[in-house]
Ligand binder design. Structure first.
Ligand SMILES: C[S@@+](CC[C@H](N)C(=O)[O-])C[C@H]1O[C@@H](n2cnc3c(N)ncnc32)[C@H](O)[C@@H]1O
Length: 278
């Protein structure tokens, strides 16, 4: 299997963590999800593929927007996450979920008008092969619109916790550049090359500064220690519970600067990537 390590990771490690923080994630990603759906410009009646759909939040939003004669398929390698997606959407008949690797799954050619993804496209072992394969699923003139993270330094909600954990526990082990993971597509030149090599045209990569609408400081520091680069470093260093608690408190203190009269807003930067098939 092409992405065997990712299958294990998203079923046994990251999937359960995402499910645990579950309901707290959607409000904080509201601005990002709105941006994805605006830029994807889905039309009633279209067939849409949501790549790396996880527990299905963007699939559900897209299905609502398409009305009954449209359809959404969510594809994901994590049965753990798809089980939640299926529970959340029981009885909704313009929505289905497919347990498969988007890099290698043999799609019926030209079966979707558009592909969307919120943070589900950065984990492929061979991104050119994956996007070439995904392109075969698009109609001629079909489009892709997806969201990925800009560099860590432009994402204080992750950078600050990562720096705190690094200062306490030491740097992360070196990784190959662009290794699959949340920051794999942080270099627009690299992403442009992948999309072009995969045969896409009209490629546009646009940075957007979006607030992550924080729940409260405690929840945000907990999320920073559960998902993303600081969490990965804590796991890599096998930090014990007492160390985790101490660093979480440090992260909470650092986040107070973002707690304003109108709520907790953590600055973030994402890229919206759009392209067409032919
Ligand atoms: C960061 S999560 C995003 C989940 C969801 N899109 C969201 O925004 O809530 C990344 C998702 O990509 C999925 N994924 C990773 N590699 C994949 C692959 N090769 N094919 C399909 N899904 C994949 C993971 O299982 C996970 O659900």
């Amino acid at each position: 299997m092409a992405n065997e390590k990712q299958v294990t990771y998203w079923n046994e490690v990251a999937g359960p963590k995402w499910i645990k923080v579950g309901d707290t994630l959607e409000p904080r990603f509201a601005a990002i999800t709105d941006l994805l759906l605006t830029k994807a410009a889905l039309q009633a009646g279209e067939a849409i593929l949501d790549v790396g759909c996880g527990t299905g939040p963007t699939s559900i939003r897209a299905a609502r927007q398409l009305a009954a004669n449209g359809s959404v398929t969510g594809i994901d390698i994590s049965e753990t996450m798809l089980n939640v997606a299926r529970q959340n959407t029981a009885g909704q008949n313009n929505l289905e979920f497919l347990l498969a690797d988007a890099e290698t799954y043999r799609f019926h050619p030209a079966s979707y008008n558009a592909l969307i993804s919120r943070f589900g496209n950065m984990f492929f072992g061979n991104p050119v092969a994956a996007f070439s394969n995904l392109r075969t699923s698009l109609t001629l003139g079909g489009r892709i619109c997806f969201i990925c993270w800009a560099p860590l330094s432009d994402n204080p909600h992750w950078h600050i916790p990562f720096e705190i954990v690094t200062a306490a526990l030491g740097p992360a082990a070196p990784r190959p550049p662009h290794a699959p993971g949340p920051m794999a597509f942080a270099d627009p030149t690299y992403v442009h090359g992948i999309m072009a090599d995969a045969g896409f045209t009209n490629i546009a990569i646009t940075p957007h500064h979006v607030p992550i609408i924080g729940n409260d400081i405690e929840t945000e520091s907990q999320i920073a220690c559960s998902l993303g680069p600081a969490s990965a470093l804590l796991d890599e260093k096998q930090a014990n519970p007492a160390t985790r608690m101490r660093l979480r408190e440090e992260i909470s203190s650092a986040f107070t600067q973002f707690d304003q009269a109108d709520g907790l807003k953590l600055p973030a930067t994402i890229f919206v990537i759009t392209a067409t098939n032919g």
